[in-house]
Design a protein around this ligand. Structure first.
Ligand SMILES: Nc1nc2c(ncn2[C@@H]2O[C@H](COP(=O)(O)OP(=O)(O)OP(=O)(O)O)[C@@H](O)[C@H]2O)c(=O)[nH]1
Ligand SMILES: [Zn+2]
Length: 333
């Protein structure tokens, strides 16, 4: 066998000590481009650039086990063409403006580390509930409200199947919360919902059968297919059970969460829940430390605020109803 001749490729150039100033003073990855995470599937992140290009990404090693979720704003480097088979790297994750959390399971003893971020940066939680078939479940809506108030995300009640029943009973139940709501029916374009979603990052949650898929397909007839195609380029099937962000025609995103049927709320404290009740939060400064605000102990500052006329008793009742639903013992509706 003839001895092979050496060429340049055999020469290993070791990066030596350079006399030039190293990258220390300049930001790493200054070429990185902003992107938005629209889907996550087993370590592969589908990201959208501002110009609409959709890329498949992996986490740069220096990010370690940083959790990147749908809704995260990130910076990516690599082949930004969007060509099939290309894989870019996520090198930065922007601080989140909100996180929608759930615990893996409810109840006492659920370790805090089992909390899971479902969606980042949402500003609006759209709670989809049918007015009939299936009937509205206030227990579910209550739990969504707890999650939204805790996360600082504005809730929007989306009542579907308005052709089958009126919204009066549900709206009456929530009268003291000042909840925004929209009605949807099959024979009309969901214009009010469209308006509420415009230019926002919104998350849709709802039980099976309430008409959520019907709504999503009316809002974003094209996007679902586009996302599926891109994910197919990666490691395989797109899991329909995970959250996916869909672009709205007029701007904004709507995140569908097919896998999320409810929220575990074990991580939310009575004080966290007060975020949705500004006037009660003020009144709670009169509570003893560690007050559970249930009123059962007899010396909660919230009761005093109501007695003094500084807070509305119905608001306090709503707050305590949500507090109870968070603990899993739903009151009859
Ligand atoms: N009467 C009436 N039926 C509706 C309306 N919206 C949806 N439906 C019907 O309700 C059923 C469930 O709708 P989907 O959109 O599949 O409900 P979903 O919430 O996505 O349910 P999953 O796909 O199981 O998660 C379907 O048969 C729809 O045709 C509505 O506004 N009025
Ligand atoms: Zn209290």
């Amino acid at each position: 066998m003839r001895r092979r001749e050496y060429d340049e490729s055999d020469v290993r150039v070791r990066p030596g000590r350079s006399t030039r100033a190293r990258t220390r003073t300049r930001p790493r990855h200054e070429q990185a481009v902003d992107a938005f995470v629209v889907a996550v599937d087993r370590g592969r992140y589908t990201c959208a650039l501002d110009d609409g290009t959709v890329l498949l990404a992996m986490l740069a090693r220096e990010l370690g086990r940083a959790g990147v979720v749908v809704g995260d704003r990130v910076a990516v480097v690599g082949d930004l063409s969007g060509r099939a088979g290309s894989l870019v790297r996520i090198v930065r994750v922007a601080p989140r403006t909100s996180t929608l959390l759930r615990s893996a399971d409810d109840g006492a003893g659920t370790p805090a580390w089992r909390e899971k971020v479902i969606v980042a940066n949402a500003v609006q939680l759209v709670i989809v509930s049918a007015l009939a078939d299936p009937p509205p479940r206030t227990g579910f809506i209550d739990r969504c409200l707890v999650a939204a108030y805790d996360a600082g995300i504005t809730p929007l009640l989306c009542l579907t199947k308005a052709d089958l029943a009126g919204p009066e009973a549900v709206l009456d139940y929530y009268a003291d919360l000042g909840l925004r709501y929209v009605l949807c029916r099959p024979d009309e374009d969901p214009a009010a919902l469209r308006t509420a979603l415009a230019d926002q990052l919104s998350v849709l949650v709802g039980h099976s059968g309430v008409g959520k898929s019907t709504l999503v397909n009316r809002l974003v007839p094209e996007a679902r297919r586009a996302v599926g195609t891109v994910s197919a380029v990666g490691k395989g099937r797109h899991t329909s059970s995970s959250a996916v962000a869909l672009p709205l025609a007029g701007g904004g995103w709507v995140i569908d969460t097919p896998g999320v049927r409810s929220f575990g709320l074990a991580h939310i404290s009575p004080d966290d829940l007060l975020h949705g009740f500004a006037e009660l939060a003020d009144a709670s400064t009169g509570c003893l430390p560690n007050c559970d605000h249930s009123g059962l102990g007899g010396d909660c500052g919230l009761d005093k605020a109501v007695a003094d006329g500084a807070a509305d008793p119905r608001r306090l009742a709503s707050y305590r109803r949500l507090l109870a639903s968070r603990a899993g013992d739903e009151p009859p509706s």
